[in-house]
Design a binder for this molecule. Structure first.
Ligand SMILES: Nc1ncnc2c1ncn2[C@@H]1O[C@H](COP(=O)(O)OP(=O)(O)O)[C@@H](O)[C@H]1O
Ligand SMILES: [Mg+2]
Length: 339
C-alpha cells in the first residue's frame, strides 16, 4: 500500500568515519514522477548517503526520511522502497526464480510477483538457470528484480550502470524512465554524468560529501549555454547591432565577439543588417561532462581529473539513442495505478 507521497528528504545529513568526513551537511529532496540522478566522482559520499537513507548507516548528524519517516519506521519497507546498493551475491547453484522466491517468502509477497519481477527485468527466459552462470549484466537485472519484488513506490539504485554493456544501459534507461513516469520515485547514483545524461531529469551533484548542484539537468545545460564566436570586420558596429537585438555579447581576448543565446544563422543575419563583414563564425557546444568535472574538481586538488586509473567515460560509439530499449512497464502494463 502506497501513501501517495514517495518523497525522499535528506536534511543536513553528515557522516564522519573517524577523520574522514564522507558526507557534509547534505540536503536535498527526491520527488516522485521524475528520475533523480545522484552524481559525483568516486569517494564523494554517494553510497554513504544512500546507506543512511536506507537506515544502514547512522548519520553523525542530520536526518533522512522516506514518506516523512526514517527508514526504520516504515511499516512495510519492502513495499515502499526497493534498493540495489552494490552487486549482490547470489547462491551460485540457485536459479534466478528460486533466488527471488527466497526473498518473496521473507517479504511475504505473493509468489506470482516473482514471475512478474523476472518479466519486468527481462529475465523470464533465464528464470530456471543458475544465477552463478549469469553475466554481470544479468546479475544486475536479478538484483533489480529482487528490489522490485515488493512492488515498491521508491527505487534506489547505487551505480546500476556499472558493468552494463551499452544495450543494458539503454534498457536500464527506458526502465527507469517508465518507472518514474508511472508516478514513482527513482534515485539513481553514478560517477559518470554521461552515463545518466539521457536518463535523469533532476540531478544532485556532490563533491567531497557536499552538494555542488541541485536542480534540473536542463537548467544546468542552460547555465552552460552555447556561444557563437564571430570574427567581424567592424566589431564595434556588430556589437551594437547584436545588443540592439537584445543579445548578450562579450569580447574574447583573441578579438572575436562571443554571442550567447543565439545561433550562427541569426548572428549572420544581424551582421548583414548591420552591414558588417563576417570573416568567420564558430558555434561552441555545451559540454556537460566538462561542467561536471569543473563542479566536482575540488575533490582531486593537485591531481588529475578524472583520476588516473579510475573508470573512463565510455567512447562515443557506445551511447546511441535508446531506440532498442524495451520499456517493460509499457509492455506489461507494469506498475500503473500505484495501489
Ligand atoms: N565504512 C567506512 N569506513 C571508513 N570510511 C568509509 C566507509 N565508507 C565510506 N568511507 C569513506 O567515505 C568516503 C565516501 O565514500 P562513498 O560514500 O563510498 O563514496 P562514493 O559512493 O561516492 O564513491 C570515502 O572517502 C570512503 O573511503
Ligand atoms: Mg559508491
Amino acid at each position: 500500500m502506497h501513501d501517495g507521497s514517495g518523497r525522499i528528504l535528506v536534511q543536513n545529513l553528515s557522516k564522519n568515519f573517524g577523520p574522514v568526513s564522507a558526507v557534509r551537511d547534505l540536503s536535498f529532496a527526491v520527488h516522485p514522477g521524475v528520475v533523480t540522478g545522484f552524481l559525483g566522482p568516486n569517494g564523494s559520499g554517494k553510497t554513504t548517503t544512500l546507506r543512511m537513507v536506507l537506515g544502514l548507516v547512522n548519520p553523525t548528524s542530520g536526518a533522512a526520511t522516506v514518506n516523512g519517516v526514517p527508514f526504520h519506521r516504515l511499516r512495510n519497507p519492502a513495499t515502499v522502497v526497493g534498493a540495489v546498493l552494490e552487486a549482490q551475491s547470489f547462491h551460485p547453484s540457485r536459479t534466478a526464480r528460486n533466488h527471488l522466491r527466497c526473498y518473496s517468502a521473507a517479504m511475504n509477497v505473493p509468489d506470482q510477483q516473482v514471475d512478474h519481477a523476472l518479466d519486468l527485468v527481462g529475465l523470464s527466459n533465464a528464470a530456471d538457470r543458475g544465477a552463478g552462470g549469469f553475466s554481470l549484466g544479468m546479475r544486475q537485472r536479478l538484483a533489480l528484480a529482487t528490489a522490485l519484488l515488493g512492488d515498491p513506490q521508491v527505487l534506489i539504485l547505487d551505480e546500476p550502470a556499472n558493468g552494463l554493456d551499452p544495450e543494458g544501459i539503454a534498457w536500464l534507461r527506458g526502465f527507469l524512465k517508465s518507472f518514474a513516469a508511472s508516478g514513482r520515485t527513482v534515485l539513481v547514483s553514478s560517477h559518470l554524468l554521461r552515463e545518466m545524461e539521457h536518463t535523469v531529469d533532476h540531478v544532485v551533484i556532490v563533491s567531497r560529501g557536499q552538494c555542488v548542484y541541485n536542480g534540473d539537468l536542463d537548467q544546468l545545460r542552460a547555465q552552460q549555454r552555447s556561444r557563437v564566436l564571430v570574427q567581424a570586420g567592424d566589431p564595434t558596429a556588430l556589437v551594437n547591432g547584436l545588443q540592439a537585438a537584445g543579445l548578450a555579447v562579450e569580447l574574447v581576448p583573441d578579438g572575436r565577439i562571443a554571442v550567447t543565446g543565439s545561433d550562427s544563422r541569426s548572428v549572420a543575419e544581424l551582421a548583414l543588417q548591420a552591414g558588417v563583414a563576417v570573416y568567420g563564425m564558430q558555434e561552441e557546444q555545451v559540454d556537460l561532462e566538462r561542467l561536471f568535472f569543473q563542479l566536482t574538481s575540488g575533490q582531486y586538488v593537485g591531481g588529475r581529473f578524472p583520476p588516473s586509473g579510475g573508470p573512463q567515460p565510455p567512447g562515443p560509439g557506445g551511447w546511441g539513442p535508446p531506440g532498442g530499449g524495451a520499456n517493460p512497464y509499457e509492455q506489461h502494463g507494469g506498475f500503473g495505478g500505484g495501489a
